[in-house]
Design a protein. Structure first.
Length: 292
């Protein structure tokens, strides 16, 4: 009887231990879920408030008490699109971001390959320092140089300055990709008569395409959101959307509805682009982070 009682007691203890483990696991999952929800709420609330602001009238937006229930109005979007040449500003942003990303790839991919294959730590450090240096440091020299050349309010000036944002990002993302490509493939291409440039174009780049896509998208987004250089170096002919938001700020009044609508229109293309190609971004960044 004592043996049976002991076995029953052990089974009961084991069952209690499993129940405690299950409760702890449940509490852990609840805690993780609550943390995720809290993090998402903190991240998404500004976007939610931005959308609300764009759909409210100026009276509701300047009310001392936040207005949560209101009749939505599309007047702010109509004003942004029709009265402020917002489509033209969007086109300017697209052209500048596309040009700076394209030139960033042309210059950055060979630089990243050179650093990866020939271990040029000095060049890598110089590019990293250029990326980490505050942009305000470059602003005055760039402005003086472009003014003397008559390039203020041109795509040339804005494209060159946005390269400071995009090219170092492309280089540092692609270094790890090029390091992961086996050198045996290049040597096989050399045996077949290819030059180093030919091997780079026909072997290295196709194998690194996920990283190239990810780096291109990130460089495009950073250029799209660039404000400081665009504010000083752009003009009526090349003003991009981040600078165009200033049209809704005056000395005596701020058009919060217009600001909200403009912010939504600025953010929407980036969000759509990210959602469409998020698989490429995740694949590119994770593949570049794995060695061997």
């Amino acid at each position: 009887m004592s043996a049976l009682a002991s076995q029953a007691s052990q089974r009961e203890s084991a069952a209690q231990a499993r129940a405690r483990a299950q409760r702890l696991k449940l509490l852990k999952n609840i805690g993780i879920a609550a943390l995720i929800v809290l993090t998402l709420a903190i991240m998404l609330f500004p976007f939610y408030w931005m959308i609300l602001t764009s759909l409210r009238s100026q009276v509701d937006n300047v009310s001392r008490v936040p207005v949560w229930f209101f009749t939505p109005t599309w007047e702010n979007y109509q004003n942004v699109i029709a009265r402020n040449n917002f489509l033209e500003f969007t086109w300017n942003s697209f052209v500048i971001a596309a040009l700076s990303t394209g030139f960033g790839l042309v210059l950055g991919l060979p630089a990243a390959y050179s650093i990866a294959r020939f271990k040029q730590e000095g060049l890598a450090l110089a590019i990293l320092v250029a990326r980490l240096t505050p942009y305000i440091t470059y602003l005055v020299p760039w402005y003086l140089a472009f003014r003397s050349l008559g390039l203020i309010d041109t795509y040339v000036a804005l494209t060159l300055t946005h390269l400071i944002v995009g090219m170092p990002l492309i280089v540092w993302i692609m270094i790890s990709f090029f390091e992961n490509v086996p050198q045996d493939l290049e040597e096989a291409a050399f045996v077949d008569g290819a030059t180093r440039i030919g091997a780079f174009m026909r072997v290295i780049l196709p194998l690194s395409m996920p990283g190239i896509v990810a780096a291109s998208i990130l460089a495009f987004i950073f250029s799209w959101n660039q404000f400081l250089f665009s504010l000083v170096l752009s003009g009526p002919n090349t003003r991009p959307v981040p600078v165009a938001v200033f049209n809704f700020i005056s000395y005596g009044q701020i058009d919060f509805g217009g600001l909200g609508a403009a912010a939504v229109l600025i953010t929407l293309p980036v969000i759509i682009l990210t959602l469409i190609i998020q698989r490429w971004i995740v694949t590119g960044l994770t593949m570049g982070a794995v060695k061997g």
